[in-house]
Design a protein around this ligand. Structure first.
Ligand SMILES: Cc1cc2nc3c(=O)[nH]c(=O)nc-3n(C[C@H](O)[C@H](O)[C@H](O)COP(=O)(O)O)c2cc1C
Length: 289
């Protein structure tokens, strides 16, 4: 849904090489986060790609001086002067190709295999799901967050300006995979009651995908499955991890559609010895692909 947009300022700037239109809009993104506002400064004209400056209220943490609106208005005043002085320079620095919805990579099923152990019980769960996808004639990709170069999210909120993260690292390919998938499975061991660090990096950095979906639209009808293994005995070992993963599915815009939670793994050692688990996983994947 398009955010409510209010025009705060509009001007026609006459320069030596023509006339440019300058606008400042305020957009209400409070359906995403309480009170979130975006200020969009745009200069168009003379057949050029628009020059854009976008900032939002969540970028300004408590100890930062100023506000999104004051930054946008200050930039607007500077741009009015810069346009008259040297429009070429302003467009060289700020002209943006219009953003569009990005394409996804090919796999129907994407599995985030959160265990750092490539040969543990989560890897077994992932392999059962891959086998079921292939048997159904579908493609599958397994992503191992611990093998990737992923910077932690720094909470800058700039992704809500552009739909893209400020960091250029392996998260790009993870997001492309999620974008293209119709079924997402997260396999995670319980580490200190929650997900391991590598998987948490992916979960937090997926904020940029949440922003992308909010700004450019989203694909409906996708599902998520959560698979988890705990060393200790008891369902309470999954209390935190299931909450984290449901929140993650919400970020991805996929509907939670099932779970397989296996406790006592420290005693069981190899989940292939538990009757019915492989068939349970495969049946879920068959049903949703
Ligand atoms: C750092 C670390 C923390 C763990 N914390 C928990 C925990 O809080 N609760 C639990 O039940 N098991 C815990 N475990 C045990 C793992 O959940 C268990 O060994 C799991 O089967 C590992 O999955 P994998 O074989 O896919 O690697 C922990 C293991 C490690 C290495």
């Amino acid at each position: 849904m398009e955010p409510a947009r209010e025009l705060l300022h509009s001007a026609a700037i006459k320069t030596a090489d023509g006339t440019y239109g300058l606008t400042l809009h305020r957009e209400d993104l409070s359906t995403l986060y309480p009170g979130m506002l975006r200020f969009v400064l745009e200069v168009t004209g003379e057949g050029r790609n628009p020059a854009l400056f976008i900032t939002n209220t969540y970028e300004y943490s408590p100890l930062l001086p100023g506000s999104a609106e004051s930054a946008a208005r200050k930039t607007m005043e500077t741009w009015e002067q810069d346009l008259k002085r040297d429009a070429d320079e302003l467009f060289r620095e700020y002209a943006k190709k219009p953003s569009t919805r990005k394409s996804g990579s090919a796999a129907d099923l994407v599995i985030l295999q959160g265990s750092p152990r490539p040969d543990g019980n989560c890897a077994i769960l992932a392999s059962w799901a891959v086998d079921a996808a292939h048997a159904a004639g579908k493609t599958a990709a397994v992503i191992y967050p611990h093998d990737l170069d992923i910077h932690p999210c720094i909470g800058c909120y700039q992704c809500y300006n552009t739909g893209t993260c400020v960091f250029e690292d392996d998260m790009k390919s993870v997001i492309a995979a999620i974008r293209g998938a119709s079924l997402v499975i997260v396999c995670s061991p319980v580490y200190t009651n929650t997900v391991p660090a590598g998987l948490k990096l992916v979960i937090d950095r997926m904020q940029a995908y949440h922003a992308e979906r909010a700004l450019f639209g989203t694909r409906a009808g996708r599902h998520g499955l959560m698979y988890s293994v705990a060393g200790r005995k008891g369902a309470e070992n999954f209390t935190c991890i299931t909450r984290v993963l449901i929140a993650f599915f919400h970020t991805l815009g996929v509907t939670p559609a099932g779970e397989v939670l296996i406790d006592s793994a420290d005693v069981v050692h190899d989940i292939r010895t538990i009757a019915g688990k492989e068939e349970e996983v495969k049946e879920q994947v068959r049903r949703l692909l």
